[in-house]
Design a protein around this ligand. Structure first.
Ligand code: NAP
Length: 242
């Protein structure tokens, strides 16, 4: 059996990925998010608010005696309040960085601490965003936390190389624009705070948003055949193998 931990299985890409992996019958999926929306004999849900460090710092990975592959997908994230700096509520800034950056760093550290000596192949997949590389109005916490996660993944890759670790890979995957509740939230932004609003509305109207199920299929391929992906960074909206 393969074991896959996925954060953010309550909706969107994380939920679609969990369902896709469960459908194959080859994976036990452990979902970590606030809401349980999946029922399956091979699905275990851990209800946890990853924006609250006093809660997530108690999280520990379970003992796994035998597995071919153990995977952590850091997927849960929030766009936060779509407002200019100076008008964002303080708690939204703190919660956004905790969920988007601190929790993935904490979980990656715990994952390696728990499974470093396990014989299984280990993968950490951090879900990134084009926003990590672009300064987008009113997305200050989102852009900067995703940029931080990119650098976290880059440092981890470097360390694995330096330590000669060959059974562990880290990937940083940008899924493209995907039809999930996060995109619906973008379309609800105040036009005075977000001048790209029409562009994002058009993505939906013109059917340009990717289906989460298709993104899940691409992520499953990375999990199944990591050797096909030589680069840490993967942009699913380009060619998927860059
Ligand atoms: N959609 C896009 O166009 C797009 C583009 C680029 C990157 N991404 C990235 O893709 C990933 C998935 O996003 P999505 O589009 O699928 O959005 P989504 O549908 O809003 O999913 C967000 C997920 O995060 C979980 N979550 C939210 N707050 C949480 C909290 N406090 N604690 C624990 N879990 C929490 C949610 O589950 P619960 O509600 O159950 O907690 C949900 O499963 C994110 O990393 C996002 O940045 C998305």
């Amino acid at each position: 059996m393969n074991f896959v931990y996925i954060t953010g299985t309550g909706s969107g890409i994380g939920k679609a990925l969990a369902e896709r992996l469960l459908d194959t019958g080859k994976y036990k999926v452990i979902g970590i998010s606030r809401h349980q929306r999946i029922e399956h004999p091979h699905y275990l849900h851990i209800a946890l608010d990853l924006s609250k460090p006093r809660l997530f710092k108690k999280f520990r990975f379970e003992h796994i005696s035998k597995a071919a592959k153990i995977v952590l997908v850091n997927n849960a994230a929030t766009l936060g309040e779509v407002k200019h700096v100076g008008r964002v509520k303080p708690h939204s800034i703190v919660a956004g960085y905790h969920l988007n950056l601190v929790a993935p760093a904490f979980l990656s550290n715990e994952f390696l601490r728990s499974y470093r000596n396990h014989e299984a192949q280990k993968l950490i997949i951090n879900i990134s965003s084009g926003a990590a590389f672009a300064a987008i109005e009113s997305w200050s916490v989102y852009c900067s936390s995703k940029a931080g996660l990119e650098m976290f993944s880059a440092v981890l890759e470097e360390e694995l190389k330096m330590d000669g670790v060959s059974d562990t890979r880290v990937f940083s995957v940008s899924p493209g624009v995907v039809d999930t509740p996060m995109q619906a939230r973008i379309r609800e932004a105040d036009p005075a705070e977000f001048h790209l609003l029409d562009q994002f509305k058009k993505y939906k109207e013109e059917g340009l948003l990717a289906d989460p199920a298709d993104v899940a299929a691409r992520l499953e391929n990375i999990i199944e055949f990591p050797g096909e992906y030589p680069s840490r960074t993967i942009r699913l909206d380009v060619d998927g193998r860059s």
